[in-house]
Each structure stands twice: as structure tokens, then as C-alpha cells.
Write a protein that binds this ligand. Structure first.
Ligand SMILES: Cc1ncc(COP(=O)(O)O)c(C=O)c1O
Length: 390
């Protein structure tokens, strides 16, 4: 039995860093006024908001006007896709087969507005099939959305390459970088995207705050109107404390340059080594196998395995997660759950994983809060959980 919980679910959310909590509390206490107010307290809030916006802009090497502060990636995805589509004639949107439900939901809304949806198939490792690029980017495609790093299986997609092809064809290109950013903050321009979505709570920032970053000349229609904040794109009084917390969280991230690095550096000095060591131990458990790409082509903090018995039968990952939770290890199952019913993972299905194994996807995602001693306990705990379910 592990005494304190070992938290291995970074892809779901991350514990906010203490510096982030301090900043949020301090700002909430001292700079709580509405930044649109003209009195001294309001001007102080406006000044902090402006400074925060500049810091965010500097981190992504964009101008402040390119940033729209949102409540998180779900909202960013919707504003990016629906807002840019509103400035286009309904035509075709292409989305990969391994997108987050937020992208699928936004695409479904576009369908009601006369758009058609084409799905970009992936191979067994979850990478989009690049040989289909010309076919999928041909007219009538006018909008493409590609997840930069897949949350369930950790696959990194060739965002800059697809972005270049979209630009040559005049196609608007959005990437959901929610899982990529925590592992390394890129320069916006290096990704060749028109729109980028992210959420602060995935990189030890506050919950309920995120960004949509856009190419300066891209036309977007707001989804909500009112006070005209965020350059008219997202009305509502700005959450100054959460924005300051997001700035603080971003400041701790390594920089990632996709032009010469295929895998981002990772969110802490040891995270990649810890991940590799844990993976090696997990793969020694008979019945466990890696799913998704190898360690050199996936998020540096990410492990996804298909859990089986030592006789080779699939184990329900949700049962494994519960068993592990009892034993002090927090991780996640890949397969989605809808109204209490277990359903196959659409991601594993798109990757061609055989049906009986699509409920066996187990995910361990690491972060800088972990220490080696605690992590070294995990393989034995997983082994015991497996035996109890075999
Ligand atoms: C890839 C990806 N996109 C979007 C989201 C949605 O983020 P949020 O719940 O912060 O809006 C998530 C969160 O799990 C995610 O992993």
C-alpha cells in the first residue's frame, strides 16, 4: 500500500505550483477591481492586465492583440473553429481521427451550418496518414483542425508540416496544443498555425483560464458579445488574477522549437527519464504492452499501455484505475465513459486496436511534482492490481 497518492494523471489536470497559487491569491486580494473602471483601483487592474498580456505575448513571440483569453481549451477550440468558420462560406472542415471531443463538438456545430466534415485517418501509432494530405486538403476544404499531441496515447503530430501545406492552399489551420504546451512552449510562428488553443491547468496553472492565439490578419467572429473585452472577441470582465497565474505557470515551462526538435523538452528536468524508467518496468509485466508511438515520438511525460492478464486476456482499464486508486496511484483509463456505460475508446478504434482491447487502455502521465522514490513503487503496485483482476 502506498501512503500518499502518487499523481500520474497530468494529462487530466496538474497540481498548481505554489508560486501560481501565491500570485493568484495576491492579485485577487490586492488587484481585484474591474480593469475597465476608470478609478485608481480599476486602473491598477488594467495596468496589471496589460503587463500580463505583454508577458504572455513575449512567451509565444506574438503581439498582444493576437491573444484572446478564454476559460480554457474547450472554449478556445470553439471560438477558433466556429469564429473563423463564420467568416467563410460553408465548405469542408478536416479533423483528425484522434481529436479531443471539444473539436468534434465544434465540427458537429459547423455541420448544422452547412459544412461537411472529413476525418483524417491515423496509423497504428496514432499519427495522421500524411500520404492522404493532398487528397484531404483539396477543395472544398477551407478549415483544418489537428491535435498537436494526443492526450490518450501521447502521439505528436506534424503540425508545422500540415500548417505549411494549409498556408500554401489558403486553408485556415487550427491546432489544439493543450497537451503539447505543458512539455514545451513553442514560438507561435514556428508551428505554421493560424489558431492555437491551450489551457493553463494542464501546465500547473489555474483552472478556468486559457488562450486562443491567432494569426494577426485572420478574421474571427465572436461567439459572445457584451462589453467588447479581448478585442471584441470575448466579452466579459477579465479574470486578472487567473491571467497573472497563467503568466506565472508559463514562466516555468521550457521552450520548444519544433523546427529542430521533434519531441518537446519535457516539463521537468527528470520527467523524461522517470517516464522511460517507469515504462521499462511496466513493460516487464506479462500481459502489458505499449500503445501509441515509441518513446522518441510521443509526449515526453506520457505512457499508454494496453493492460492484459499474464495469460493475454484484456483487463478493463477502468477496473485497473479503481484498483490502483485504492492502492494510492492516480492514473487514468483511456476509454471514454458515457452516461455510466462503458464504451470503446474512439482513439484506439481509429488506431486499429482490436475491439476486446479498446477498454484496456491505461494512461500514466507524469510531471515535475514526482520524486524517484515514490515512482519506483508504482510497478509493484500495478503488478498487484493486475494480479487482483486476473
Ligand atoms: C487535447 C485536449 N484538448 C482540449 C481539452 C479541453 O481542455 P479544458 O477542459 O481545459 O477546456 C483537453 C482536456 O482534457 C485536452 O486534453
Amino acid at each position: 500500500m502506498v501512503e500518499a497518492e502518487i499523481y500520474l494523471d497530468a494529462a487530466a489536470t496538474t497540481p498548481p505550483r505554489s508560486e501560481v497559487i501565491d500570485v493568484v491569491v495576491q492579485v485577487q486580494q490586492a488587484v481585484w477591481a474591474n480593469p475597465s473602471s476608470l478609478h485608481v483601483a480599476g486602473l491598477k487592474a488594467a495596468e496589471l492586465l496589460e503587463r500580463s498580456r505583454w508577458k504572455l505575448a513575449r512567451r509565444f513571440v506574438v503581439s498582444p492583440e493576437q491573444l484572446v483569453v478564454t476559460s480554457g481549451a474547450t472554449e478556445s477550440v470553439h471560438l477558433g473553429l466556429l469564429g473563423s468558420a463564420a467568416a467563410l462560406q460553408p465548405s469542408r472542415i478536416v479533423v483528425s481521427a484522434v481529436e479531443h471531443p471539444a473539436v468534434l463538438a465544434a465540427s458537429e456545430q459547423l455541420k448544422k451550418q452547412g459544412w461537411t466534415i472529413a476525418v483524417w485517418p491515423v496509423d497504428a501509432t496514432g499519427h495522421i496518414r500524411l500520404e492522404l494530405m493532398d487528397q484531404l486538403l483539396a477543395p472544398p476544404t477551407r478549415l483544418v483542425s489537428l491535435i498537436a499531441a494526443q492526450s490518450e496515447v501521447g502521439t505528436l503530430q506534424p503540425v508545422a508540416c500540415v500548417g505549411k501545406a494549409c498556408r500554401e492552399r489558403g486553408i485556415v489551420f487550427h491546432s489544439d496544443a493543450t497537451q503539447l504546451i505543458p512539455q514545451g512552449c513553442p514560438q507561435f510562428n514556428s508551428l505554421n498555425v493560424d489558431l492555437l488553443s491551450l489551457s493553463a491547468h494542464k501546465f500547473q496553472g489555474p483552472r478556468g483560464i486559457g488562450l486562443l492565439i491567432r494569426r494577426p490578419t485572420l478574421a474571427i467572429q465572436p461567439l459572445q458579445s457584451g462589453g467588447g473585452q479581448e478585442f471584441g472577441l470575448r466579452s466579459g470582465t477579465e479574470p486578472v488574477a487567473l491571467i497573472a497565474g497563467m503568466v506565472e505557470a508559463l514562466s516555468a515551462l521550457p521552450t520548444f522549437c519544433p523546427e529542430y526538435q521533434s519531441v518537446p523538452p519535457g516539463s521537468g528536468p527528470n520527467v523524461r527519464q522517470q517516464r522511460d524508467r517507469l515504462l521499462q518496468s511496466l513493460l516487464k509485466i506479462p500481459g502489458f504492452r505499449l500503445v501509441g508511438p515509441d518513446v522518441n515520438n510521443r509526449l515526453p511525460n506520457h505512457i499508454a499501455v494496453l493492460a492484459g492478464t499474464d495469460r493475454g486476456y484484456p483487463i478493463s482499464a477502468r477496473s485497473m484505475v479503481r484498483e490502483l486508486a485504492h492502492r494510492g496511484v492516480a492514473c487514468s483509463s483511456g476509454s471514454a465513459c458515457s452516461s455510466g456505460k462503458r464504451i470503446d475508446s474512439p482513439i484506439l478504434s481509429a488506431m486499429g486496436v482490436a475491439k476486446p482491447w479498446r477498454q484496456s487502455g491505461l494512461r500514466f502521465t507524469l510531471g515535475p511534482w514526482l520524486d524517484d522514490v515514490a515512482l519506483d513503487l508504482v510497478p509493484d503496485v500495478v503488478n498487484a492490481a493486475q494480479r487482483s483482476l486476473s
